[in-house]
Each structure stands twice: as C-alpha cells, then as structure tokens.
Write a new protein. Structure first.
Length: 213
C-alpha cells in the first residue's frame, strides 16, 4: 500500500522535474556504474534544499527510496507522520533514546531497497560539502549495504538544469565482523568524504568542459 502511495506522490509531482530540475547526470567511470542501483544501498548526498531528495527520487525512479527523518512529532500529528512514512520516511528518535530505526533500515534493505541519507545533517550553504556525521557508515555496515555517493550542484529553477555526479559503490563489507572503534570510524568517514569532495570537483570540471565546447 505504501509503495503504491509513494509512486502516486511522485507522479503527482511530475511537473517539478520538467520545470524546476531537468537533470543531467555524470558518472565517475565510463561504465556508468550505479546508473541503475541493484540491491540494497545507502545513498549519500550533499544537502541544501527541500528538492534534493525529490531530484534523487526521480533520478532513481524505479528504485524504491527511503530516508531517515528526525521524529519531531511524537504521538501528535499522526496524519503527517503517515504521509512522511508513505513517502519513505524512517523516523529516528530525536533524543536517540530509541534505536528501533536500525531494525527498520535492516528490514528495508533486506527487500533490496535504498536509503537516502544526507550526512551533512541540515541544509549547508558552504562552498564545498560540509563535514559528514558517521551514522551512515554504521548503517551501511549493519545492513551490509553498499554506499552510493551522489553529488548535487543545486542548480534549481525554471530554464535551469540540475547536475548530478554519481560515484562508484563503496563496499564496507570487510568491516562487518570487526568492532568499529571511534578512531576507525573517523578514518573511514574521512576517506569517504575525501572521495565525495573529489567527485564534487570532478563535477565542476566536467560542467566547465561542457560549457566550453
């Protein structure tokens, strides 16, 4: 039922990709890995706008997406929570006293679906992607999912085009049987963020080459 409502909502929003974010996609490699995401995945992306999640949902239209959202609603506004849930939201206790979202993410990924996470946290209006929190790494390890980096240039607007750079998958399966210390987590996070920054600059270079042709 929720899957049907999810796609109904996307179809109703169809004017948005036509008017506000016609999308041009680049890939890290010539084989266009992750043109279609197969199996479970943790998609990570930079974050600046309400439209960020929607443009990625349309880019992977045939891949059912979920995303983590802080539960500011408690036991109130149940209809709004239902709508968010239908849209793929997995609620996280804002005080982090309840970790049942981990089991929910495991259930989702066992179905071969993808979870979209913005590791910068809230909207960031910085020249480059801001520091990443490390929660996405733990989820990738616990759910045995690959990480798919997607860089967005936020070029929204009528007669404009949003550019995405999709990177190759990051496999953390070698850590599934290890105890991940804070120091190790920091090292992994730094490696992934550096890769993301490289993709960010690669996207800028490819856009410039396209403009100069």
């Amino acid at each position: 039922m929720k899957k049907i409502l999810y796609y109904i909502a996307l179809i109703l929003m169809w004017p948005a990709p036509v008017l506000l974010f016609k999308t041009k996609t680049y890939y890290e490699d010539n084989d266009k890995e992750n043109r279609k995401i197969k199996g479970s995945a943790i998609i990570i992306s930079n974050h600046r706008s309400f439209w960020d999640g929607i443009v990625i949902a349309f880019r992977f239209f045939f891949k059912r997406l979920h995303y983590l959202v802080a539960d500011w609603y408690g036991n109130t506004r149940k209809f709004l929570k239902f709508v968010i849930s239908c849209a793929g939201g997995i609620f996280v206790d804002k005080d982090l006293r309840n970790f049942d979202f981990i089991e929910k993410t495991k259930k989702v990924t066992r179905k071969g679906r993808a979870i979209l996470i913005f590791p910068e946290g809230d909207f960031k209006f910085t020249p480059e992607p801001a520091d990443f929190s490390t929660g996405y790494i733990l989820l990738a390890i616990k759910t045995k999912s690959k990480i798919v980096p997607v860089v967005n240039d936020f070029n929204y607007g009528i007669f404009k085009r949003v550019h995405l750079m999709i990177g190759k998958s990051i496999d953390l399966s070698q850590y599934s049987d290890e105890e991940i210390t804070r120091e190790k987590l920091k090292i992994i996070n730094e490696e992934i963020r550096n890769k993301f920054l490289n993709l960010f600059h690669e996207l800028k270079e490819r856009k410039l080459k396209k403009q100069n042709k």
